[in-house]
Design a protein around this ligand. Structure first.
Ligand code: FES
Ligand code: FE2
Length: 392
């Protein structure tokens, strides 16, 4: 192993541009905002409530109007830039806490409850597409014009008349999103879960890298703990073929068409990520009897099991990711030591997508700077009026 600097005055980990290797780049990469991301659990935003949501350093105000509809907009009042999440919901508008300006769901200023000194301001804040699905509020933090070109993953198993039992587990983990993705498909970390044994076997049977995804096949027994034999019919679910896929920016798995999941991440910054695991199960058996549980009974059972069995298990992953983040911050220049090819493939996808996004932003900036042929230059009067409005 090579040498690295253990000094107390060591600089912070390198930025994306300064990074020297794939892991360093992956650990500071953002996620392309031009996808649908989970903002909140639906149950966590009641009618009349407002909440701040952060996506990769940027703050958004989410509120649910009296009509039950969720709206998302940039989290700043156009007046003095207070966060709108300091304010309150009135009807279907969001009112700033300072001078009481109110904005509707389109971000338009619709009320200024004080002397306007004869100035009729036309102001529209940036708003973002929102959709509620699977008990979660999703939003599109990038260019709204692209939101119809990208979709929230469809999950037919939980959408029909007889849905599989399902539930979402949400967490705030104190680590970079790339560490969470490394963790979730890397079955070499069974040691961490030696008490709960959620999987057994880490033989990687296949790895296919595409432009937008990395597909893996493992030979793994899922829910390997003996206690799970009470609920799982091991005769009909004896297979150990487990597919796991990083389908940018999401991740899913499928074990023998019996247990499946989607993982939705919302990166907050380099050291914080919101994590939403949606698990769904085709069938469980009645404990100690060779009978299938009716699906209607399964969902409450799954929700209980999630809270008392699966959440403690994932808390172990959350702990490990946080400790890995602390380790990375202290030893980001240590030599790379990684044996699982999945981890490299996942990091390549994260980095490639972030580079492509940054590149697209540069091109957009160049386009914006270049005046269209025949376009008039802004004249002095217009500039003056703009600055007057800005100071009004
Ligand atoms: S700062 Fe929001 S109304 Fe003045
Ligand atoms: Fe784990």
């Amino acid at each position: 192993m090579g040498k690295h600097d253990y000094g107390h005055n060591k600089p912070a980990p390198p930025s994306f541009d300064e990074a020297n290797n794939l892991r360093q780049r992956a650990r500071v990469a953002g996620m392309d905002p031009n996808y649908w991301y989970p903002a909140l659990m639906s149950r966590d935003l009641a009618v009349g409530a407002v909440k701040e949501v952060i996506f990769w350093h940027r703050s958004f105000a989410f509120f649910r109007g009296q009509d039950g509809v969720v709206r998302a907009m940039e989290n700043r009042c156009a007046h003095r830039n207070l966060k709108l999440t300091e304010g309150q919901v009135e009807g279907c508008t969001l009112r700033c806490a300072y001078h009481g300006w109110a904005y509707d769901g389109e971000g338009c200023l619709v009320d200024m409850p004080h002397n306007d000194f004869g100035k009729k301001l036309k102001i529209a804040l940036e708003t973002f597409p929102v959709a509620e699905r699977y008990g979660m509020i999703f939003f599109f933090p990038g260019d709204p014009a692209l939101s119809s070109k990208r979709e929230i993953p469809s999950i037919p198993e939980i959408e029909g008349a007889d849905p599989w039992a399902h539930g979402v587990l949400d967490f705030h983990w104190h680590g970079h999103h790339s560490m969470i993705l490394d963790n979730v498909s890397d079955f070499t970390h069974g040691y961490l879960h030696r008490k709960w044994r959620p999987f057994e076997g880490d033989q990687l049977l296949g790895l296919e890298e595409g432009d937008d995804q990395v597909l893996l096949q493992y030979n793994t027994k899922i829910a390997a703990a003996k206690i799970m034999d009470v609920l799982i019919d091991r005769k009909s679910h004896a297979g150990t073929s487990h597919y796991s896929c990083y389908q940018y920016p999401y991740q899913w798995s499928n074990t023998e068409e019996f247990v499946k999941h989607w993982l939705f991440l919302r990166p907050i910054d380099e050291r914080n990520t919101m994590v939403f695991f949606l698990f769904y199960y085709s069938d469980f058996k009645v404990p100690f009897l060779p009978l299938k549980l009716p699906r209607k009974l399964m969902t409450p059972l799954v929700r209980l099991g999630h809270e008392y069995l699966v959440r403690p298990l994932f808390n172990e992953d959350g702990w490990a990711v946080q400790k890995e983040q602390e380790g990375y911050d202290a030893h980001w220049d240590a030599p790379l030591a990684e044996v699982n090819p999945q981890v490299h493939a996942y990091q390549r996808l994260t980095v490639r997508k972030w580079e492509a996004y940054l590149e697209s932003q540069k091109l957009n900036q160049i386009k914006r700077k270049k005046p269209a042929r025949g376009a008039a230059k802004p004249d002095a009067d217009a500039r003056e009026q703009n600055s007057e409005n800005a100071d009004a």
